[in-house]
Design a protein around this ligand. Structure first.
Ligand code: FAD
Length: 385
C-alpha cells in the first residue's frame, strides 16, 4: 500500500479521491461501521467548491443543498448589512456558498472512491525509514509508505505521534437546533446565512435544504439537560422570532468549541489534516473547508513524490503552507467573528458596522472582505511558502 488514511470524514475522503485520481494506491480506514451521519458543517466555501468540482461533487452538493449567494449581519433591532459573493466572479468559478450537510459530501466521495474499510479503528502507529505500520483494532497490522491522520479532533494518530494541540477551549458551548419553521417567511429579505449580533445572546440562522439551523452560545453554568430541553430551545427560538405555537425541533446538539492548532502537522512519514490538525469555532464556516484545502494540498505533494516527480523534501511544504493558515488566518477570523457578534462596547460596534457599511458601498472594499471571508485569500497568501 502506498498511502493509508485514518478517517472517512470530508478530509480523509477528499485526500483519498485526489490520490486515487493521481494513480496512487490508497486505503481509507474508518473506525465506525458505516459513514457517520452527524450534522456538523453545512457551509461550502467558493474555493472548496472549485476543488471538489474535479470529482463532480460540487454539482451534487448544489443539487442536494442550497446556493447561498449572500451573507447578512444583523441585530435584533432590524439593522442589516448584506454582502454578496458575486463580487468574486473573477476569482472563482463558484461565486457563492453552498449550504448542504457535510455527511452528504462524505457519501458522494465514499461512493466515488469505492474503497473504504469500515469498522477499522487505527489504534497504534509505528514508523521507520522505509514506511509506516498501522495497527487496526489493536490486532491487524497494515503497512504503507505514508499515513494521513484525518481522524478528527480526538485524533489517535496525533496522539501516537505525541503532537500537542495547542490553544484553548471556550467556556461556553454552542447549541445547534434545527427546525422546519421558515424564518424567511417572517423576516423579509433574510439571507440563507445570517449572523445576528447581540451582547446578551448572539445567534445565527442558516438554511439547508429542508430546515433552518439556529446556533446559540450556551453559558458555562447552564446544564446540558436544560440547554437541550424542549423548554430551553423554545425559549431561545422565541427570542429569535416570537410566535404563538411552539417550534418543531428536528435535531439538537451541544458542542464544545475550541481554537487549537497542532504544534506540528506531521512527523516523518505521517501527516495530520483537518480537525486532527486544527479546531476552530464554527462562526464563518471555515473548519471543514480548511481541512479539505489541507487534503488537496497534501495529496498533490504525496502524489508528486510517490510518482518520482518531486524530491521527498517537497512534503515539508505542506506544513509551511497550511499551518499558518490555521494559526494566522482561520483562528484570527473566527475569533473576530465571535467577538463582533457578542461585543458590548459601543465604539467597537460602531467600527465593525462602519467597516461592513463601507464594504456595501465600495465594490473594491467588498471584494477585499469577501476574498477573506470566502477563504480565497488564505489559499493565495501561502501558495508559494
Ligand atoms: C456545530 C458545528 C458546525 C460546523 N459548521 C461548519 C461549517 O459550516 N463549515 C466548516 O467548514 N466547518 C464546520 N464545522 C467543522 C467541521 O464539522 C469539521 O471541521 C469537519 O468535520 C472536519 O472533518 P475531518 O474529516 O477532519 O474530521 P471528521 O469529520 O471528524 O471525521 C473524522 C473521521 O475519522 C473517524 N475516526 C476517528 N478516529 C479514528 C481512528 N482512530 N481510526 C479510524 N477512523 C477514525 C471518525 O469516525 C470520522 O468518520 C462545524 C463544526 C461544528 C461542531
Amino acid at each position: 500500500m502506498q498511502v493509508l488514511i485514518a478517517g472517512a470524514g470530508p478530509v480523509g475522503l477528499s485526500a483519498a479521491n485526489a490520490l486515487a485520481d493521481a494513480g496512487i494506491e490508497v486505503l481509507v480506514l474508518e473506525a465506525e461501521p458505516r459513514l457517520p451521519q452527524n450534522l456538523r458543517a453545512s457551509t461550502f466555501q467558493p474555493p472548496t467548491l472549485d476543488l471538489l468540482a474535479r470529482f463532480g461533487a460540487t454539482q451534487q452538493l448544489i443539487d442536494m443543498g442550497r446556493v447561498a449567494p449572500k451573507v447578512q449581519y444583523r441585530d435584533r433591532a432590524g439593522w442589516v448589512a448584506e454582502l454578496d459573493f458575486g463580487v468574486l466572479k473573477d476569482n472563482t468559478a463558484h461565486p457563492f456558498r453552498v449550504q448542504c450537510e457535510q455527511y452528504r459530501l462524505n457519501e458522494v466521495l465514499a461512493a466515488r472512491l469505492g474503497r473504504v474499510r469500515y469498522g477499522a479503528q487505527v489504534t497504534a502507529v509505528e514508523q521507520g525509514d522505509a514506511g509506516v505500520t498501522v495497527s487496526v483494532n489493536g490486532a491487524e497490522r497494515l503497512r504503507a509508505l505514508y499515513l494521513i491522520g484525518a481522524d478528527g479532533g480526538r485524533s489517535r494518530v496525533r496522539e501516537a505521534l505525541g503532537i500537542a494541540l495547542e490553544g484553548f477551549t471556550w467556556p461556553e458551548r454552542f447549541l445547534v437546533a434545527s427546525t422546519p419553521f421558515d424564518f424567511a417567511a417572517v423576516m423579509p429579505g433574510l439571507a440563507d446565512v445570517s449572523y445576528f449580533a447581540d451582547p446578551q445572546e448572539w445567534f445565527f440562522l442558516l438554511r439547508v435544504r429542508d430546515v433552518w439551523r439556529a446556533m446559540f452560545p450556551a453559558r458555562a453554568e447552564e446544564s446540558e439537560a436544560d440547554i437541550l430541553s424542549d423548554a430551553g430551545i423554545e425559549r431561545r427560538l422565541q427570542r429569535v422570532y416570537a410566535k404563538a405555537t411552539p417550534y418543531e425541533i428536528t435535531h439538537r446538539t451541544l458542542y464544545s468549541v475550541h481554537q487549537r492548532v497542532a504544534e506540528s502537522y506531521g512527523r516523518g512519514r505521517v501527516f495530520l489534516a483537518g480537525d486532527a490538525a486544527h479546531l476552530n469555532n464554527p462562526l464563518g464556516g471555515m473548519g471543514m473547508n480548511g481541512g479539505i484545502h489541507d487534503a488537496f494540498n497534501l495529496a498533490e505533494k504525496l502524489a508528486a513524490v510517490l510518482r518520482g516527480e518531486k524530491p521527498e523534501d517537497e512534503l515539508a511544504r505542506y506544513e509551511r503552507q497550511r499551518r499558518p493558515v490555521a494559526l494566522e488566518y482561520v483562528n484570527t477570523i473566527t475569533i473576530a467573528n465571535k467577538r463582533n457578534l457578542e461585543m458590548c462596547d459601543a465604539d467597537e460596534q460602531r467600527r465593525w458596522r462602519a467597516e461592513l457599511e463601507r464594504a456595501m458601498s465600495d465594490r473594491a472594499a467588498q471584494r477585499e472582505l469577501m476574498l477573506r471571508i470566502s477563504m480565497i485569500a488564505s489559499l493565495r497568501k501561502y501558495a508559494c511558502a
